[in-house]
Design a protein around this ligand. Structure first.
Ligand SMILES: Nc1ncnc2c1ncn2[C@@H]1O[C@H](COP(=O)(O)OP(=O)(O)OP(=O)(O)O)[C@@H](O)[C@H]1O
Length: 229
C-alpha cells in the first residue's frame, strides 16, 4: 500500500520580473509503506523543493500530496507543522543540530515538537548509531560524521512513518557517508519507516534498489530548459 502518493504536483515561484516560474511538476509519484527509494539529480533540479513539499514546509501551487490518509496539501501552515512533527523525520545535509545542546538533548528536541519526550528511546537511538559514549557531548564537540549520526537518531525519535533525507552525506567523507546511509537504511527498516533520500552522488543512490532520476520525474525541467542528469 502506498504511504506517499502524489498526483499532478506543481510548484511555481514569482520571479524577479513579477512573472511566475514553474520549477516543479511531478504528475505521479508513490512510495509504499516501509519502502526505501533514492532520488538522484543535479543541483537545482528541484530535489529539496520536492522534499519540502512532501513534508509540508512549503505549500504546493496545485496537486495533491497524501501521506497515509492525510492530504498534506490541504492543511494550513500550523497543521502542516504539527503533521511534520508527528509523522516525518528529516535529515539535512548540514545536520541543523543545536550546537550548544548535548547529543541527547538534540535527539530529545526532535521529540518535544511531537507526542512526548522519551529519554530511554533517545538514549537507545544514540546507542544504535554508535554514540552511546557521546550522549552528553555538545554537538560542537562532535566530529562532522558523529553530528550527522545524531541527526539520524533525531530523525527517528518521533517514530515517523516517513524519513526524508536531503543530501545527508554531502558534508561527509566516504567512510562516514557509508556509515550514515547504512544506519539510515537499517534504522528505517527496524522501525517500519519509509525512507526517501535525495543525493547527487551515484555511489549513494546505487545502494538503493528503488531509484528515480528527478531530471525525468520533474517535467517542469523540460519546460524551463533545465538540466538533465
Ligand atoms: N523560494 C524560492 N523562490 C524562488 N525560486 C526558488 C525558491 N526556492 C527554490 N527555488 C528555485 O527552485 C529550483 C530548485 O531548487 P532546489 O533547492 O529544490 O534544487 P535542488 O535540486 O535541491 O538543488 P541543490 O542540490 O543545489 O540543493 C532552483 O532553480 C531554485 O532557484
Amino acid at each position: 500500500m502506498a504511504l506517499l502518493k502524489i498526483v499532478n504536483l506543481e510548484k511555481s515561484y514569482v520571479n524577479a520580473d513579477g512573472g511566475r516560474q514553474l520549477i516543479l511538476s511531478v504528475p505521479q509519484f508513490s512510495l509504499e509503506a516501509g519502502g526505501q527509494m533514492a532520488i538522484k539529480g543535479p543541483s537545482g533540479c528541484g530535489k529539496t523543493t520536492f522534499l519540502h513539499l512532501i513534508s509540508g514546509i512549503v505549500k504546493p501551487t496545485s496537486g495533491s500530496i497524501s501521506v497515509g490518509d492525510v492530504r498534506v496539501d490541504e492543511l494550513g501552515e500550523a497543521a502542516r507543522d504539527r503533521f511534520r512533527a508527528l509523522n516525518i523525520g528529516y535529515v539535512f545535509q548540514s545536520f541543523h543540530l543545536m550546537r550548544d545542546f548535548s547529543a541527547l538533548e538534540n535527539v530529545e528536541l526532535g521529540m518535544s515538537f511531537g507526542a512526548k519526550v522519551d529519554r530511554a528511546l533517545a538514549k537507545s537511538l544514540l546507542e544504535r548509531v554508535g554514540l552511546g559514549d557521546r550522549i552528553d557531548y555538545r554537538a560542537s564537540q562532535l566530529s562532522v560524521g558523529q553530528q550527522q549520526r545524531v541527526a539520524v537518531a533525531r530523525a527517528l525519535a518521533n517514530r515517523p512513518k516517513l524519513v526524508l533525507a536531503d543530501e545527508p552525506t554531502g558534508s561527509l567523507d566516504e567512510r562516514a557517508s557509508d556509515l550514515v546511509v547504512s544506519l539510515l537504511q537499517e534504522l528505517c527498516r527496524e522501525n517500519g519507516a519509509a525512507l526517501l533520500l535525495v543525493s547527487h552522488e551515484r555511489e549513494i543512490v546505487d545502494r538503493f534498489e528503488q531509484k528515480v532520476d528527478f531530471g525525468k520525474l520533474n517535467t517542469a525541467l523540460a519546460v524551463e530548459g533545465g538540466v538533465e542528469s
